[in-house]
Structures are given as C-alpha cells and as structure tokens.
Design a protein. Structure first.
Length: 300
C-alpha cells in the first residue's frame, strides 16, 4: 500500500483545503491518509494550531515520535527530533511533492508509491469528485455551545445571509500587520455594499448574520441596522469552530478573501445557495485565481 502524508499549516480554512486534497489523493491510491500536524506549526507567527481533530475526518496523525515510527515505513527516510517547545520536526529526504503553482494542477492526481505533500491546494477541482464524502467527514464532532442551537434554528427558518469580515490578519495592531496586509490586503466597503445590493435584489426578507475575527470592530463600523445579528462567540471555548458551525448553516454568503469563509460557503448544502466572493483575493494581481472559485459563485 502507498503512503500519503500531507503537511498541515495555516488556519482552519487552509487545513481544510489540505485535508480535502489529501483525502482525494489517498482515495485515488487506496491508501490511508496521514496528517503531519506538527511540522507546519512550529514557526507560525499567528500561533495557529491544528484544528482538524474537531471534525469527523478520516486520517491518522503524526502526533509523537512513537506514533511516527510505527506509521512511517523505512522506505521514507525520516528523522525525528524533540525541540524546545515539545513539538516534533520531521525531515523527509525524498518523495516530497511541493505545490508549484497556485491554480489547479491535474498532474498531481495520480498514483504514488509513497509521497509527502506540501502546499495550499486551494481549488475544489482537486476534490470535487469526493464532495459527498467530504460533506460527511467535515461535520463537527462536538455539539454546539451556548446560545448557538437557537441561532442555528433561526438560520434555518429565515433567508439567512452570512457576511464575513476579515480584519485581524490585515489591520490589527502589532507585529503581524505587515505580513498579512502585504499578502491579502483588506477588502473595501464598496465590495460589501455591492454584494448586499446584489443579494437583496434576489432574496426577499433577508436576515444577516455577521462573522468577523474582530466582531467588536464590526459592531461599530458596519452600516447594517435591520435584521442583523453579530455572531460573538468570544467567551466560548473553540470560538472559531463555533463561528464556523454557524456559518455553514446559512443559506446565502458574502465571503471575505478568506479560506475560512470559502469553506463556510462550500460546505453549505443548501440547494438554492448563492455565494458572492471578491475577485481580488490577494494584493498581487499576478496570481492566476481562475481555479479558486467554483463556477457558480458570483464574483465582484
């Protein structure tokens, strides 16, 4: 049997892309999927952590030296070393498949003897063939917390529109500002105004549910006043997971330039789903983003 190992890194949305990609490769090779959920987080400037254990995923984890040694066969040269923060460093010296371009690469979907994959893999073309499998596996394990059961019912019973504002990775105070601003930039208010106008022309009696990594800013600065609810799970454990649970329950979406809300929209199984997404995902205009968005999404 081949061995398929995928490195996890980044936030929840990045990790979901990496899992979905790896799951497709593993199915293609009739192999177990193994997630390296250590190496990619050792130097994360945002101190992010692996989040996929919250989901009903079908994969093994390289969690410690003993487990790594039992899973990884000798045909991959693997060296493990303890480091100061208690995490592990995995050094693989062959069969490493590094993502070479941002858009979909069909040559990646093939048979492998053994391979270790590093990349973002941000296109549904890598995994659209296993959508039904992913809809089942990317359900959250834990029951919802706090008042969120009531909110889920409200989303189901109304023409719910999820609006996501990504703030802290681009405009927060502190050392992380320049890193994210240079890469992603901040979506301007004109995008949200046009997106709201577009959906309100189609959807009667919309009800807005606002999500943000800076919900306090959203409450102060967003012009919506009627039929709007600001999702604030800051006092709950795993608040990002609770936000994600609620987002996927909505019927319509205005997403940010964020893989978090990309997945919130993609995992919604509403038959009448409409997704509005920003054409400009990065500050750079040189990247080919043609494979990032599903063809049915409306770009502004």
């Amino acid at each position: 049997m081949s061995l398929i190992v995928v490195r996890l890194f980044g936030g929840i949305g990045n990790q979901l892309f990496q899992y979905a990609f790896g799951r497709r490769i593993a199915i293609e090779n009739n192999s177990d999927l193994i997630l390296d959920d250590k190496n990619g987080f050792i130097r994360d400037v945002f101190q992010r952590e692996p989040m996929l254990r919250n989901f009903n995923i079908n994969a093994k984890h390289l969690a410690n030296v003993k487990e790594a040694q039992s899973i990884v066969p000798n045909r991959i040269i693997l060296r493990t070393n303890e480091i100061s923060n208690g995490k592990l460093c995995f050094l693989i010296n062959k069969n490493v498949i590094q993502e070479k371009r941002y858009y979909y690469d069909p040559s990646i979907i093939r048979e492998y003897d053994t391979a270790y994959f590093i990349g973002y893999w941000q296109s549904e073309k890598y995994f659209i063939d296993i959508r039904e499998i992913l809809l089942n596996e990317l359900k959250l394990k834990a029951e919802c917390l706090g008042n969120n059961e009531k909110l889920l019912n409200e989303m189901t019973d109304s023409n719910s529109i999820a609006i996501h504002y990504r703030r802290l990775h681009g405009v927060s105070k502190g050392v992380n500002v320049k890193i994210s601003r240079d890469l992603h930039g901040v979506i301007n208010e004109e995008y949200y105004r046009l997106a709201i106008e577009y959906l309100e022309a189609i959807i009667p009696n919309p009800r807005y549910f606002v999500f943000s990594d800076d919900i306090a800013w959203a409450k102060e600065n967003i012009g919506l006043t009627n039929n709007v609810h600001f999702i604030d799970n800051r006092q709950l454990p795993n608040s990002d997971i609770e936000d994600f649970r609620l987002m996927t329950a909505c019927k319509y979406f205005i997403i940010a330039n964020s893989s978090f809300s990309w997945w919130g929209a993609w995992l919604s199984n509403q038959k009448t789903k409409i997704v509005v997404a920003p054409k400009r995902w990065f500050t750079s205009q040189d990247l080919n983003l043609g494979d990032l968005f599903p063809p049915t999404w409306h770009l502004l």
